[in-house]
Design a protein around this ligand. Structure first.
Ligand code: FES
Ligand SMILES: [Fe+2]
Length: 426
């Protein structure tokens, strides 16, 4: 009983316009990490298709967000990420706002008559802002449900992982030749592991990982350090170890991707998965996370992948966290893949003053995002091209393997007001 989804949702300008009108201005979405705006005077601009939101940490330590538009003739006030702001001064005609968004200076002010008491009426237009762990979310709809309600069951589901301790150490933003949904769909199923990530098969169970969907969001739990049931010949421990190091060697302190060295000894009655889990446990305890000692192998090694509607995936591990966001670009065929890497720090360590570094392309053209994300990236343009072919009117997806994609489209229909549903069950 496959489900069909109209391909036009991925290619049509009218559909993208509907999203720009009814989705992006009304939904909670990731703006940046807390580390981008940790200190007074820090700012960050989120661009989302035509939308631009400005986040500013005030001198009072309060984090605020505004629509990035000067009240005079609309010029955007800030671009990118930066620090040490003492005011928000429009570069066009130099209207100036304080970090709370209040208008406080207008050159030749008398010519404008009264702009309201204390400039309050002409302050910057506020945007809702809230945080979950180290992630900062915004919503342009001032009457939106609170973030905690939007996230639903997700924060409790991963409370064990103490995500407050994660610090963003790197962020990269890469233009991708595809629709934003083509991109995020690639992070909403593991059916493609046997297609484009075959290196993972000896170290990952890509078949039995339980998936679930809540009202808006989804989750996959995936196990590592054991071979895929798809492999007919069961790999030996050395092959599991080699594949683990190639895909995520940093977790066991082994970055020598091409030559992992001999697999550690597996005690009789034990498994290579258990041995790898023990390495992660010991590294965690050594780094000051005593609670790793009581984590079971599943929590230590496995991935909890959350798909947050509409365009975010949060990959939570005991020892690291990765976030991928898909942002719409200028046309339905353009998006940005934004990848954020987080490391766990002991609670005693304060949030760093340093900003996450913005990574750049390596000289060989490889994106600085690791083997697996490079493979995902290479697929986006290929998928998008196929979706444009006139004979292909619908995608045909599995309601189980690809339930998180179906859920995305069901929620999208709600936001866009598409009723009755255009998703057909064959
Ligand atoms: S547009 Fe900002 S001061 Fe004129
Ligand atoms: Fe992938």
């Amino acid at each position: 009983m496959a489900v069909t989804i109209p391909t036009a949702r991925y290619t049509s300008g009218d559909f993208a316009a509907l999203e720009n009108d009814r989705l992006w201005p009304r939904v909670w979405q990731l703006a940046c990490s807390l580390d981008h705006v940790a200190n007074p005077g820090d700012f960050h601009e989120l661009r989302m298709g035509p939308l631009s939101v400005l986040l500013v940490r005030g001198d009072d330590l309060e984090l605020r967000a505004f629509q990035n538009a000067c009240r005079h003739r609309g010029s955007a006030l800030c671009e990118g990420t930066g620090r040490d702001l003492i005011e928000l001064r429009c570069p066009f005609h130099r209207w100036a706002y304080d970090l709370t968004g209040r208008l406080r200076e207008v050159p030749s002010r008398r010519e404008f008559g009264t702009l309201g008491p204390d400039g309050e009426e002409f302050g910057l237009i506020p945007v809702r802002v809230d945080t979950w762990g180290p992630l900062v979310f915004v919503n342009l709809a001032l009457d939106a449900e609170p973030l905690v309600d939007f996230l639903g069951a997700v924060p409790d589901d991963c409370a064990w992982a103490r995500i407050d301790e994660f610090r963003c150490v790197a962020a990269v933003s890469i233009p991708a030749p595809c629709n934003w949904k083509t991109l995020i769909d690639g992070f909403s199923e593991t059916y493609h592991v046997q297609g484009i990530h075959r290196e993972m098969l000896p170290m990952c169970d890509d078949v039995n990982g339980p998936q679930r969907v809540w009202e808006r969001h989804g989750k996959l739990q995936q196990s590592y350090g054991l071979p895929s049931p798809r492999l007919r010949d069961r790999p030996d421990d050395q092959s599991v170890w080699d594949a683990f190091v190639e895909v995520m060697g940093v977790r066991v302190g082994n970055n020598s991707q091409r030559d992992a060295g001999p697999a550690p000894d597996v005690p009789s009655g034990g498994t290579v998965r258990g041995v790898i889990a023990e390495i992660v446990r010991e590294r965690g305890v050594d780094a000051g996370h005593d609670w790793f000692a009581s984590l079971d192998d599943g929590h230590l090694l496995d991935m909890s992948q959350y798909n947050l509607f509409p365009n975010l995936t949060v990959l939570v591990f005991s020892d690291m966290m990765q976030v991928v966001r898909s942002r719409p670009g200028a046309s339905p065929d353009d998006a940005y893949m934004d990848a954020f890497s987080f490391e766990r720090v002991a609670p005693a360590n304060a949030r760093a003053r340093t900003k996450p570094i913005d990574l750049e392309l390596a000289p060989d053209g490889e994106l600085p995002i690791g083997l697996i994300l490079n493979q995902d990236f290479a697929n986006f343009g290929r998928s998008q091209r196929g979706l444009h072919q006139p004979g292909l009117t619908h995608l045909t997806v599995s309601p189980t393997e690809e339930c998180r994609i179906v859920n995305l489209h069901q929620n999208l229909e709600q936001y866009l007001g598409i009723a009755p549903s255009e998703l057909e069950v064959l």
